[in-house]
Write a protein that binds this ligand. Structure first.
Ligand code: FEO
Ligand code: CA
Ligand code: CA
Length: 678
């Protein structure tokens, strides 16, 4: 819990735990840590090593590096790298002593029979066998299934969306309305609110885009030299796209709102869209979150004002008229004038079995409908499985689903049914550092028939409206939501919210105009993930410490790397948090990156930048192999803001088109751990 005090445009953040003492405490801790550092450096050879080590590359900064970098044993931190600086170049950068390599690029063939990438001759058939666009969340599943193997596994990767203006030459056409406005006698370019260029898709372009969405599943293997590579002829390699048939299961399956012209049963969906974050379950399936699905649908205005489904779609911001992508010109299902219920097939968490290439994905409606983000599993002491999910929009909610049944490590078939029955909750954060999980269950917490929730199907289809009624806390774009496997604490990442006014702030969303975002740390009561109450505190208030209003879990802000717009997180074997960002080009005018900090001990909150992406990109989906030998992360939408004809990035090939890409990061000695001491 922290308090922010404002004096004019300056802000200062205090810990509520011991306000007057805080700085003295920090200072004392710092001095003792430095002493520890010195003795430990002198006594130990385990400092950064390798050809690109801090010491070798910057001998003059060796002392500074040793002071800035935690050392194993020092104050309990195992993070051991020299932080890198902010960067704006069109090259990826990683901390000294490490290597970051493009691993899977958009268009790379991922099946034995896939054609090579040819950007000048793209077809949906080729794209359906190649790595998709805008890689995001990455899951690692060991092979064989159920093992703890660290030399062979499956990567499952979300492909959130497409940037056709970067994928296809000539995609953007001059807008005749703009030209007409500019020749009018009153024309003043600064006052013409009409885009100069508009989308000009063809059938082939739209069909390629549909196949570039979804997910890729690929087998990867570690070679003798310790590095990983794609096993291209694996029978498990598979694309799932915006045209793959899927089941709708759980309480909303078969509901009238899910019935469409092509699916009178309300149980069959076509494809998955805008797959952003996700998670793996204890039984080795993946859950992928459908986020900004509203953008694909057009013509909300075709639905009468008094038709209740209009408000349901409007809550997600479905386009009133044409969509930007214009897919509705090619497929009726994207046109609400023709298929008003089709958007109800999206916004779900979708369960996929990567170990069975024939399996049909299932949209698990019990987990609610939102702009879904991470779907992290945690097993409660009673055996129930909790799934934490965010809903990435300003003033939306954080959710948890707890299964009714219990996880059975010996019965995968039974586990595969767990996600259809359970309780969905939305979080309420109280200013005293406590919180409650409010059950979104028909008949409870105001979710009555009179209030618009005659059945549980209505509750899960309109999860946001249910959370409104229940009185959950409106958050600053609650995105990733992950458990720390070492401590059991749960971290909710709020990316930013520039629209929060001062009178809308509270302890859990304490900053107006929160352009840099924050991370909340939650401890479930009894460390029980099935609990309905919790305590929480502020872990990170992101931003540039030099400008105030930041908080790094009490750590001295003078010693951290500046960070903005935290987005995805993961944890290493020691419980250090790794944070990727989405928004630094807008706030700091530098490339997005990946950062790490200890979560416990005296080094708690000592944030250091580890990786930097390229212009226009966000970093997403960081995941370690189980032994922390490799870290995979997505460089998503590189070059966004440019066009095919006028690129702002040509990464990773040094040529157009720029290609979203999963990078593999390892220590220079590929047998060592990433960023930590092993
Ligand atoms: Fe797709 Fe919320 O980032
Ligand atoms: Ca994201
Ligand atoms: Ca994002």
């Amino acid at each position: 819990m922290v308090t922010i005090e404002y004096e004019g445009d300056k802000a200062k953040v205090y810990s509520d735990a011991g306000r007057g003492d805080t700085f003295a405490e920090v200072l004392a801790r710092r001095i003792s840590r430095r002493n520890l550092l010195k003795s430990s450096v002198a006594a130990s050879a385990i400092v950064l090593v390798g050809p690109e080590s801090a010491d070798a590359a910057h001998p003059e900064s060796a002392d500074a590096a040793q002071e800035a970098s935690p050392v194993p044993g020092a104050a309990g931190s195992t993070l051991n790298f020299e932080p890198i600086s902010q960067d704006t170049s069109d090259q990826i950068k990683v901390a000294p002593g490490h290597r970051a390599t493009p691993f899977l690029r958009w268009g790379d063939p991922i099946t034995a029979d896939a054609p090579d990438f040819d950007p000048t001759n793209q077809t949906p058939e080729a794209q359906a066998k190649q790595f998709g666009y805008n890689c995001d969340w990455i899951g690692f599943l060991p092979l064989p299934m159920g093992s703890n193997a660290t030399d062979r596994g499956l990567l499952i990767v979300n492909h959130e969306y497409t940037n056709p203006e970067l994928m296809f030459p000539g995609y953007l056409a001059a807008n005749p309305e703009f030209a007409a406005a500019m020749v009018s006698p009153q024309a003043d370019q600064r006052q013409v609110d009409i885009p100069e260029f508009i989308a000009n898709p063809t059938q082939n372009i739209v069909d390629v885009e549909l196949e570039a969405h979804g997910l890729s599943i690929v087998e990867i293997a570690r070679g003798q030299d310790g590095t990983w590579s794609l096993v291209r002829d694996s029978q498990l390699n598979r694309r799932i796209t915006a045209t793959t048939p899927m089941d709708l299961s759980g309480p909303a399956a078969g509901a009238p709102l899910l019935m469409t012209g092509t699916d009178p049963t309300g149980t069959q969906a076509v494809g998955t869209l805008n797959n952003c974050a996700g998670g793996v379950t204890p039984w080795g399936t993946a859950l992928t979150g459908e986020e900004n699905f509203q953008q694909y649908f057009a013509n909300l205005n075709a639905i009468a004002e008094d038709n209740p489904i209009r408000a349901m779609h409007d809550r997600f911001g479905v386009n009133e008229e044409a969509s930007e992508r214009l897919w509705e010109n090619f497929y009726d299902r994207f046109d609400l004038a023709k298929e008003p219920n089709e958007p109800f097939h999206f916004g779900w968490a979708v369960e996929i079995d990567p170990y069975d290439p024939q399996s049909k994905p299932k949209k698990r409606t019990a987990l609610g409908r939102a702009k879904h983000e991470g779907a992290t599993s945690a097993i409660a002491p009673g055996g129930q499985v909790a799934i934490y999910t965010g809903d990435d929009e300003r003033f939306e909610y954080a959710y948890k689903f707890v299964t009714a049944g219990v996880y059975n490590p010996d019965d995968r078939a039974a586990n595969m049914e767990l996600l259809d029955e359970g309780t969905l909750y939305a979080a309420r954060f109280n200013d005293d550092g406590t919180g409650e999980w409010l059950a979104l269950v028909q008949g409870e917490n105001g979710l009555t028939g009179d209030a618009g929730f005659p059945s549980q199907a209505d509750v899960v289809i309109n999860t946001r409206l249910a959370a409104d009624a229940a009185g959950a806390t409106k958050m600053d774009r609650p995105e990733d939501f992950e458990t720390n496997p070492v401590t059991g604490k749960v971290y909710l990442v709020c990316t930013n919210n520039s629209r929060r006014d001062f009178d809308e702030t509270s302890k859990a969303n304490p900053r107006p105009n929160n352009i840099h975002g924050h991370i909340i740390e939650i401890t479930e009561d009894g460390n029980d993930h099935a609990s309905t109450s919790f305590t929480w505190e502020m872990f990170l208030l992101a931003g540039d410490p030099a400008h105030g209003s930041t908080w790094f879990a009490g750590f001295d802000p003078d010693e951290v790397s500046p960070i903005s717009s935290p987005d995805n997180i993961t944890f290493d074997l020691d419980g250090n948090i790794w944070i990727s960002t989405d928004g630094q080009p807008n706030t700091f005018e530098v490339n997005d990156g990946l950062f790490a900090a200890p979560t416990e001990g005296a080094e708690r909150g000592h944030l250091m930048q580890f990786f930097s992406a390229v212009p226009g990109a966000e970093v997403s989906g960081p995941v370690f192999t189980p032994d922390n030998n490799a870290l995979f992360a997505s460089v998503q939408h590189p070059g966004e803001g440019g066009t095919y004809e006028e690129p702002i990035s040509t990464w990773p090939d040094g040529a157009t088109p720029v290609r979203p890409c999963v990078v593999m990061i390892q220590a220079a000695d590929a047998t060592a751990g990433v960023g930590v001491v092993r």
